[in-house]
Design a binder for this molecule. Structure first.
Ligand code: 5GP
Ligand code: MG
Length: 181
């Protein structure tokens, strides 16, 4: 893996394809143990979780559904602090076992607002599964029940994550080089 440029910023390799694939296998095994007989509904958060969701769910050999919600809170490389719901959920969640899939948990603002939105329709259980947890020094508003990797407080792109809309399709994860502000 070599360094990449997305728009005006340079990024260095952080998590490679092999490591990602191996961790997806492990997460799939954990989810199988917990949900094999529960016919869960996965709710992936667009846009960032689309590759994570596709890679993870193709490893599951038990009945499950997948749906999507779309929210937005980021502009450039900083959170705006406000979460807008752009596409909501249309499935009936009553009595269902829900697993929310997101790309990265930082303050937890995004996930706690999605969680509140889903809980309005009385699911049996709701758990959170996030590809990354970013260590920003304070604990997030909501805990992650399942997590792929913990990372330091750096802005990352690739494997679904973007910088201003660009860089989502890289098959591995890259972190912004320090000192570019
Ligand atoms: P939170 O609401 O937990 O503070 O932020 C989580 C959301 O912000 C994620 O769903 C993701 O869309 C975005 N985000 C947070 N950190 C990063 C990052 O390092 N890179 C990218 N591309 N998005 C991030
Ligand atoms: Mg996101």
């Amino acid at each position: 893996m070599t360094a990449i440029k997305v728009k005006d910023k340079d990024f260095a390799p952080l998590i490679g394809e092999t490591e990602l694939a191996q961790r997806m296998d492990e997460l799939a095994a954990e989810l199988t143990e917990a949900y094999a007989d529960k016919r869960p509904l996965f709710v992936a958060i667009l846009n960032g979780a689309f590759i994570f969701a596709a890679d993870l769910l193709r490893r599951l050999n038990f009945p499950h559904e997948i749906s999507f919600v779309k929210v937005s809170s980021y502009h450039g490389t900083a959170s705006t602090g406000r979460v807008k719901e752009l596409i909501g959920i249309s499935e009936n969640l009553d009595g269902r076992h829900i697993i929310i899939l997101d790309d990265i948990l930082e303050t937890g603002r995004t996930l706690s607002s999605v969680l509140r939105m889903l809980e309005l329709s009385k699911p049996a259980t709701v758990k959170i599964c996030t590809l990354l947890i970013k260590d920003v020094g304070v604990s997030p508003e909501v805990p992650a029940d399942y997590c792929g990797f913990r990372i330091a407080n750096r802005f990352v792109v690739g494997y679904g994550l973007d910088y201003d809309g660009w860089g989502r399709s890289f098959p591995e994860i890259y972190a912004e080089e320090e000192g570019q502000e």
